[in-house]
Design a protein around this ligand. Structure first.
Ligand code: ANZ
Ligand code: ZN
Length: 827
């Protein structure tokens, strides 16, 4: 008998057969219900890591389980193959990014196949292929046509290490999401996608996503950042201008003692032309532009500013108040100007103290002891209105709406809604990306490349130095072209698109594509979408996941998809940490290489370890004992099944008539396990407890006393148990299951099998009656499960109410249990 599971040989055998028979192919049309399960596709760095293994193992269990449940399953895979790292890697190795990328893809594909993931590889996507990025360009043109792609000169986030622009979503606490360098601001002409046009829908439709975690939804909610406020005009009579500010606290208007413009505000120029403060202001603006000023970094910034020499009028008090320029006001938020209320806003308070600007309390606290001279910080809570004309005495929360209404009636201001989310800057000064399909003509201006001229191919011959500027700008064959409108000489846009454009619609491409006339097969997308289950890291909550929702809504609006939302259910799996419980990293030397584990333990054991360690969401740490344990379990399953092959070979399948208690017990555990594994997979993908239930069934199989039962009965009960075990374990350990399934005499794949359901009648527990004697006299009878052991019987006897009262708390000298009959207690 084979003792050790020969995983090398068996895993390779089934992987080849599955591939040959294309068992994982999704059917384009089917009578079965559809199920689309997708894991976030990888960046082809060359080697998969444990994070991928976890992410994809979770997805694979779901895909395999749903197939067993009779679904037509779409489970595709591809490679997010444009982007910076290929460029850097290519520079380092003196290779073309394409060569490097394709090599990495091939290596990773081999690795993914060795893990036994059931992908429909016929739908594979590589975003760096022209046949794919063609459609990035097409979507860009559609956005452009509708005014949703536009170019503007703007201060943008610049990563000095990556030498490229970053979208707001890609700046995390002031640092580059990729290399963690401190991000600076740079003025550049950039292409933007108007995601703000969809801000309200992106926010409101979060309510339609009960299958997303609250965490992911609240990250998006905050990122979109809707706030209700009022826009108020502050006249500047000397210049015949108006400063429009945005405030969420119109209840504090009577306390606005100065106005602040952002250094980038276009009005600054006009205000200071003949101001004596002009030079000071200009010098300050120069300085502020060097600073790292984003919504996130603002909090930490030392607040500085300069007086413009010009005054505005507070429209409610008619006071002249000074206009300042300060670094703590951002041009990209609200109107780029604020009314400052130092008594009720901490930022303004700090600023006013520093520059000796006036304060006025307009909201009093309960104790009524706020006063301008003694305040040490702003009072930001609600209170009672003071110094606010007709609104005095009102609670400030009520005053808010009354003041807003009054301002609308008098024309001082109007209620508005403001969003924190900014338009998505997609221009990248890099080579390895999708060329932006735009041509600049000196006569016709900015001209989109006609759809029929797509794709604008990325030239293959280019020198990449990693230094500033777009590499494409140095490729004359690319740059020089003719204007599509007037046919005169013209030049091409030389920036490429952010790689997040590629991933904003790849899930649609997976639905199928037939020809070069459509980005994806619209009919098939209608069939497959929305993605039923999406799986990936929470770190994408405010990047990929928000862009993908935006693109879906846009493509819906132009008639290409029929759904509002791309991903019905979102599972954010946790990290796989190193043995030391730290994030794996080369520098810490704690990286566990999946390929090494495959070599040593095989794919099934590796999958089981990672799925058994915890439910999908929490982080897990790699553990050598854990993988050893998983491997032992796999071998235990292997041995018990093989050990019984001889016995069950000729047993006909079907129900068993009358069975001995030992057999009843095994049957019961078999069906309890079926029920538990099914429930654990269905409810929140608790694969860890599902696997531990299978372990219990295996233990029960080892305990089964085959000698105490007639042979035919044993054969039938064991066959049922082992077949169930094989089907139940198949989503987790597919190779092992497939091999056993065939050894059991089945001619078709275990995955062509329907999932099993528990036989409720087998779940019923056998009971027995036990007599309890105290000092030789029968005092009670207890009912207990037929398979209760001595200890359980003893406990049940002592817990019995009648017994307790007879014992009356006196100490017990001895207890004897006669199995299945009697408990005798001596006091
Ligand atoms: C006056 C005021 C008084 C404010 C007060 C707050 C408290 P959220 O909630 O994030 O939308 N603000 C507006 N535009 C700004 C800009 N471009 N840069 C920096 N700050 C800006 O924040 C809205 C509040 O942030 C606005 O309400 C404004 O300050 C400030 F007791 O106006 B408030
Ligand atoms: Zn032209």
């Amino acid at each position: 008998m084979e003792e050790k599971y020969p995983f090398h040989q068996i895993e390779a055998k089934w992987q080849n057969l599955w591939q040959e028979q294309q068992v994982d192919r999704a059917e384009s049309q089917s009578n079965k219900p559809k199920y689309y399960v997708l894991e976030m596709y990888p960046y082809p760095s060359g080697d998969i890591h444990m994070g991928h293994v976890r992410n994809y193992a979770i997805g694979d269990v779901i895909a395999r389980y749903k197939r067993l449940r009779g679904y037509n399953v779409l489970h595709p895979m591809g490679f997010d193959s444009f982007g910076m790292p290929s460029e850097t890697a290519a520079i380092k190795r003196n290779m073309h990014p394409r060569t490097w990328t394709y090599q990495c893809i091939e290596r990773m594909k081999t690795q993914l196949k060795r893990l036994g993931f059931s992908y429909d590889w016929s739908r594979e996507i590589r975003t760096c292929d022209a046949e794919y990025y063609h459609w990035n360009q097409w979507i860009f043109l559609k956005l452009f046509e509708r005014g949703l792609a536009y170019k503007k000169y703007a201060a943008v986030n610049w990563c000095p290490t990556c030498q490229t622009v970053l979208a707001n979503e890609q700046v995390e606490s002031g640092k580059c999401w990729r290399c963690e360098s401190t991000v600076t601001q740079k003025e550049l002409e950039q292409w933007f996608l108007k995601i703000t046009e969809y801000a309200e829908q992106l926010l409101a439709d979060l309510e339609k996503l009960p299958g997303w975690s609250d965490r992911a939804k609240s990250l998006q909610r905050n990122w979109i950042g809707k706030s209700y406020g009022v826009e108020i005009d502050f006249p500047v009579p000397d210049k015949n201008e108006n400063i429009r500010v945005f405030t969420t606290r119109c209840d504090t208007i009577f306390g606005a003692t100065y106005v602040v413009l952002s250094p980038e505000h276009p009005l600054v120029e006009k205000l200071i032309v003949d101001s004596p403060e002009r030079q000071k202001v200009e010098a300050f603006i120069q300085k502020a532009k060097q600073q790292d000023r984003t919504v996130e970094t603002l909090l930490l910034l030392e607040k500085e500013g300069v007086f413009t020499g010009v005054y505005a009028i507070n429209p409610t008090t008619n006071e002249r108040i000074p206009i300042w320029v300060a670094n703590y006001v951002l041009m990209e938020y609200g109107t780029g100007a604020i009314m400052a209320v130092p008594t009720h806003d901490q930022r303004d308070f700090e600023f006013a103290k520093r520059y000796h600007l006036p304060l006025r309390v307009v909201i009093q606290n309960k104790e009524h002891n706020l006063n301008e001279a003694t305040m040490t910080c702003a009072y930001e809570s609600p209170g009672i209105m003071v110094n606010s004309a007709q609104f005095n005495g009102l609670p400030s929360e009520e005053a808010w709406m009354q003041i807003a209404d009054w301002m609308e009636q008098t024309g001082i201001g109007r209620k508005t809604v403001n969003y924190r989310i900014r338009d998505w800057g997609i221009s990248r000064q890099r080579y390895w990306g999708t060329p932006i399909p735009i041509i600049y003509c000196s006569d016709c201006g900015t001209v989109p490349v006609p759809e029929t001229d797509l794709p604008v191919l990325l030239p293959e011959k280019v020198t990449i130095t990693g230094q500033s500027g777009s590499p494409l700008a140095h490729v004359p064959e690319f740059v020089n072209t003719t204007c599509p409108k007037c046919k005169k000489k013209a030049i091409r846009e030389t920036d490429t698109m952010d790689g997040f454009v590629d991933s904003s619609w790849y899930f649609l491409r997976f639905c199928g594509w037939k020809d070069d006339n459509q980005p994806f097969d619209v009919a098939e997308a209608k069939y497959w979408m929305p993605t039923d289950q999406y799986i990936g890291g929470i770190d994408h909550a405010t990047k990929h996941l928000i862009y993908a929702r935006f693109f879906t809504k846009f493509l819906r609006d132009i008639g290409y998809v029929t759904v509002d939302e791309p991903f019905t259910n979102l599972l954010n799996q946790g990290w796989v940490l190193g043995r030391d419980g730290q994030k794996m990293s080369k520098s810490k030397g704690n990286v566990v290489d999946p390929m090494e584990m495959l070599e040593k333990y095989g794919a099934d054991a590796t999958r089981i370890f990672i799925l058994f360690a915890a439910p999908p969401e929490p982080d897990i740490a790699w553990s050598d004992e854990g993988i050893e344990g998983a491997s032992r379990f796999v071998n235990r399953v292997w041995r018990i099944a093989n050990q019984y092959l001889e016995l069950i070979k000729d047993s006909p399948s079907g129900t068993i008539a009358s069975v001995q208690p030992a057999s009843k017990q095994l049957r019961r555990i078999t069906h309890v396990t079926i029920k538990k594994v099914t429930a654990d997979i269905e409810e929140r993908f608790h694969f860890n407890t599902a696997i531990s239930a299978i372990m219990e069934l295996v233990n029960e199989l080892y305990r089964y006393d085959v000698g105490s039962v007639p042979k035919a009965e044993a054969a039938s009960v064991v066959k049922e148990a082992i077949s169930a075990m094989t089907i139940l374990i198949s989503p987790f350990a597919p190779h092992l299951a497939e091999e056993l399934w065939h050894r059991l005499g089945n001619k078709t794949s275990v995955f062509a099998q329907p999932w099993i359901t528990a036989d409720e009648s087998a779940l019923v527990e056998e009971k027995m009656t036990i007599v309890v004697q105290i000092n030789g006299k029968v005092r009670s009878r207890i009912e207990i499960s037929a398979d209760a052991n001595e200890d359980e019987i003893k406990h049940a006897a002592l817990a019995d109410e009648k017994v307790k009262s007879w014992l009356a708390g006196k100490p017990i000298k001895n207890i004897v249990v006669v199995p299945k009959k009697l408990v005798s207690i001596v006091q």
